[in-house]
Design a protein around this ligand. Structure first.
Ligand code: ZN
Length: 101
Protein backbone atom coordinates (compact mmCIF):
# COMPACT_ATOMS: atom_id res chain seq x y z
CA UNK A 1 0.00 0.00 0.00
CA UNK A 2 2.61 2.49 1.07
CA UNK A 3 5.01 1.15 -1.51
CA UNK A 4 2.32 1.80 -4.11
CA UNK A 5 2.02 5.38 -2.87
CA UNK A 6 5.73 5.89 -3.42
CA UNK A 7 5.59 4.40 -6.90
CA UNK A 8 2.65 6.66 -7.66
CA UNK A 9 4.63 9.66 -6.58
CA UNK A 10 7.45 8.68 -8.87
CA UNK A 11 5.08 8.42 -11.81
CA UNK A 12 4.34 12.12 -11.43
CA UNK A 13 7.95 12.97 -12.06
CA UNK A 14 9.40 13.93 -15.36
CA UNK A 15 12.45 11.93 -16.38
CA UNK A 16 14.81 14.93 -16.43
CA UNK A 17 14.18 15.56 -12.77
CA UNK A 18 14.62 11.90 -12.07
CA UNK A 19 18.02 12.05 -13.75
CA UNK A 20 19.12 15.13 -11.89
CA UNK A 21 18.24 13.52 -8.59
CA UNK A 22 21.09 11.05 -8.99
CA UNK A 23 23.87 13.36 -7.85
CA UNK A 24 22.06 14.15 -4.60
CA UNK A 25 22.57 12.28 -1.39
CA UNK A 26 20.26 11.27 1.39
CA UNK A 27 21.99 12.39 4.58
CA UNK A 28 19.30 11.50 7.02
CA UNK A 29 16.27 9.32 6.59
CA UNK A 30 13.43 8.43 8.88
CA UNK A 31 10.26 6.52 8.14
CA UNK A 32 7.77 6.51 10.98
CA UNK A 33 4.29 5.22 10.25
CA UNK A 34 3.08 6.99 7.16
CA UNK A 35 5.52 9.89 7.36
CA UNK A 36 8.94 9.93 5.77
CA UNK A 37 11.33 12.73 6.63
CA UNK A 38 14.77 13.13 5.15
CA UNK A 39 17.62 15.53 4.69
CA UNK A 40 19.04 15.70 1.18
CA UNK A 41 22.28 17.30 0.10
CA UNK A 42 23.39 18.46 -3.29
CA UNK A 43 25.38 21.30 -4.82
CA UNK A 44 26.17 22.89 -1.49
CA UNK A 45 22.59 22.98 -0.29
CA UNK A 46 20.63 20.89 2.14
CA UNK A 47 16.92 20.42 1.88
CA UNK A 48 14.32 18.91 4.13
CA UNK A 49 11.90 16.54 2.50
CA UNK A 50 8.72 15.29 4.08
CA UNK A 51 6.44 12.76 2.45
CA UNK A 52 3.15 11.70 3.94
CA UNK A 53 1.79 8.46 2.56
CA UNK A 54 -1.70 7.07 2.51
CA UNK A 55 -4.89 9.03 2.32
CA UNK A 56 -4.33 12.67 1.44
CA UNK A 57 -0.78 11.96 0.41
CA UNK A 58 1.41 15.03 0.48
CA UNK A 59 5.02 15.82 -0.14
CA UNK A 60 7.04 18.84 0.78
CA UNK A 61 10.58 20.01 0.21
CA UNK A 62 12.37 23.14 1.33
CA UNK A 63 14.00 23.72 -2.06
CA UNK A 64 13.09 26.60 -4.41
CA UNK A 65 12.00 24.16 -7.11
CA UNK A 66 9.30 22.80 -4.86
CA UNK A 67 8.20 26.30 -3.91
CA UNK A 68 7.77 27.17 -7.58
CA UNK A 69 6.63 23.92 -9.14
CA UNK A 70 5.83 21.55 -6.29
CA UNK A 71 2.15 21.56 -7.07
CA UNK A 72 2.83 20.14 -10.53
CA UNK A 73 4.97 17.26 -9.36
CA UNK A 74 7.65 16.19 -6.90
CA UNK A 75 11.07 17.83 -7.06
CA UNK A 76 14.29 15.87 -7.50
CA UNK A 77 14.84 15.70 -3.74
CA UNK A 78 11.40 14.22 -3.16
CA UNK A 79 12.11 11.74 -5.93
CA UNK A 80 15.41 10.75 -4.42
CA UNK A 81 13.82 10.22 -1.02
CA UNK A 82 11.02 8.13 -2.52
CA UNK A 83 13.60 6.00 -4.32
CA UNK A 84 15.59 5.64 -1.14
CA UNK A 85 12.45 4.62 0.73
CA UNK A 86 11.58 1.98 -1.86
CA UNK A 87 15.11 0.61 -1.76
CA UNK A 88 15.46 0.55 1.99
CA UNK A 89 11.98 -0.27 3.18
CA UNK A 90 10.23 1.10 6.19
CA UNK A 91 12.96 0.34 8.70
CA UNK A 92 14.34 3.51 10.18
CA UNK A 93 17.71 3.89 8.64
CA UNK A 94 20.55 6.33 8.96
CA UNK A 95 22.61 4.62 6.29
CA UNK A 96 23.82 6.72 3.41
CA UNK A 97 22.03 6.17 0.14
CA UNK A 98 24.00 3.62 -1.83
CA UNK A 99 21.56 4.00 -4.70
CA UNK A 100 21.25 0.38 -5.68
CA UNK A 101 17.56 0.63 -6.51
ZN1 ZN B 1 13.37 19.70 -3.49
Amino acid sequence: MKQADLKDLRKLADSRREERSHDRKVLDFDWAGSVITALVSGHGHRYNVRIKLGEGRTYKCSCPDHAKRGRFGPCKHTLLVSRHALANGSATSKKPDTDQA
